[in-house]
Design a protein around this ligand. Structure first.
Ligand code: UDP
Length: 314
């Protein structure tokens, strides 16, 4: 049995990953300060003896005793409204937080997995984006607090590998959606579903022609575990290459929910990338991994989940 330390384990991706690690037989230590995650996300596992939850801000240290076989660093705000509201905290958790997580891995000779992001590629001039593309990021724009924090996190992760021989993996995560994203999180799939189920207009930013490639959370987490247990060192795209415009997504949500709400155009946020799609050749070849759930099926499952869990049935 391995003992894994998971920062950000009470967040959206983190709680799904914690569950997958437990299901694989691991003991899991979650470290989370609940700045964007919530204890509610793991509340049903309160009696699980292989799960420990420590409330702590990883930017200030990582106080974990006992053996450590793997460190998975997932602590960070991830939704644009959340990281724009916490610019300094986002930079701190991506820089100091990553250094603390790497130090813990180094002290134990443990594997290290960094949750990185497609934002590494910024507003990409190469499409789709392979890992070898260096990106097009505005280093002083509002989004830079997230993008540059993650770019620093990748740099220090590779420096620990080169300096100390640490076994380091970097998952570049593309837009992911699924149950237990925070209510009001602000990302587009859950915004549209929450709006449709409330009978409110769907807020499309800009003209809705920008694209994203959305991955169902279970596919994403399966990719993380495959990467963690592989011999790969360095970055790997983990995402679903099925690309669609924001307007197409709005249409899918309307159809799947069966709620005929209007679309309301709103201003495009600064530096919003115009297109994004992962090249997953590497993950296919090295891990034998590919996503299985297409967007319409995933949105259908998520609308069902919302209807069962989040919408009062009165
Ligand atoms: N977006 C939108 N309406 C919303 C929320 C987001 O049109 O209510 C757009 C946003 O401008 C971006 C895309 O949807 O082009 C994805 O946004 P999200 O915040 O989910 O993630 P991002 O990829 O920007 O980090």
């Amino acid at each position: 049995m391995a003992r894994s330390v998971l920062t950000g384990g009470s967040g959206f991706l983190g709680n799904h990953l914690a569950r997958a690690l437990l299901a694989s037989g691991d003991e899991v230590v979650v470290v989370d300060d609940y700045s964007t995650g919530s204890p509610v996300n793991l509340a049903d596992l309160a009696d699980e003896p292989r799960l420990t939850v420590v409330e702590h801000d990883v930017s200030t240290g990582l106080p974990v005793d006992g053996p450590v076989d793997a460190v998975l660093h997932f602590a960070s705000a991830a939704s644009p409204p959340a990281y724009l509201a916490r610019p300094l905290e986002t930079l701190a958790v991506g820089s100091e937080g990553t250094r603390h997580a790497l130090e813990l891995a180094r002290a134990h000779g443990a594997r290290f997995l960094l949750a990185s992001t497609s934002e590494i590629y910024g507003d990409p001039t190469v499409h789709p984006q392979p890992e070898g593309y260096w990106g097009n990021v505005n280093s002083v724009g509002p989004r830079s607090v997230y993008d540059e924090a993650k770019r620093f996190a990748e740099a220090i992760t590779m420096a620990y590998h080169r300096t100390f021989g640490l076994d380091t993996k970097i998952a570049r995560i593309f837009n992911t959606y699924g149950p237990r994203m925070a209510p009001g999180d602000g990302r587009v799939v859950t915004n549209f579903i929450e709006q449709a189920l409330a009978g409110s207009p769907l807020t499309v930013y800009g003209d809705g022609s920008q694209t994203r490639s959305f991955c169902w959370v279970d596919d994403e987490v399966r990719g993380f575990l495959a990467l963690l247990h592989s011999d790969w060192i360095g970055p790997m795209n983990i995402g679903n290459p099925g690309e669609c415009t924001v307007l197409e997504l709005a249409e899918i949500v309307r159809e799947v929910s069966g709620v005929d709400v209007p679309i309301e155009l709103a201003p495009l946020p600064a530096d919003d990338p115009t297109r994004r799609r992962p090249d997953i050749t590497l993950a296919r070849e090295v891990l034998g991994w590919a996503p299985e759930v297409d967007l319409r099926s995933g949105v259908t499952r998520l609308v069902e989940w919302y209807r069962a869990e989040r919408v009062p049935t009165a």
